[in-house]
Design a protein around this ligand. Structure first.
Ligand SMILES: [Zn+2]
Ligand SMILES: [Zn+2]
Length: 85
């Protein structure tokens, strides 16, 4: 099922968008141009599912999602760990 939001422009514009203007809050990040979900639940928690941003804290033996706090085991083969800037 596809959920469309009125301000979010066409699918074509979205696929052409480089998502250079990111907007974010405590819930996540979205592209301010096309509205795409870039991290977490999107800006203003627009999306129902979290796009996890795994945060690697060396003091812990797991990685944790910055937005929804889901935990998972650290996988040395996976290089998708993000750090908070
Ligand atoms: Zn975009
Ligand atoms: Zn998450």
């Amino acid at each position: 099922m596809e959920i469309r939001y009125p301000n979010y422009g066409s699918k074509m514009a979205e696929s052409a968008c480089k998502h250079l203007r990111r907007v974010g809050d405590n819930y996540g990040e979205s592209c301010s141009d096309c509205g795409a979900q870039l991290a977490g639940f999107g800006n203003w928690a627009t999306f129902p599912d979290c796009l996890h941003q795994w945060f690697d804290d060396p003091a812990l033996d797991y990685v944790i999602c910055y937005y929804c706090e889901t935990q998972r085991k650290r996988d040395p083969n996976v290089k998708e760990i993000h750090t908070i800037q």
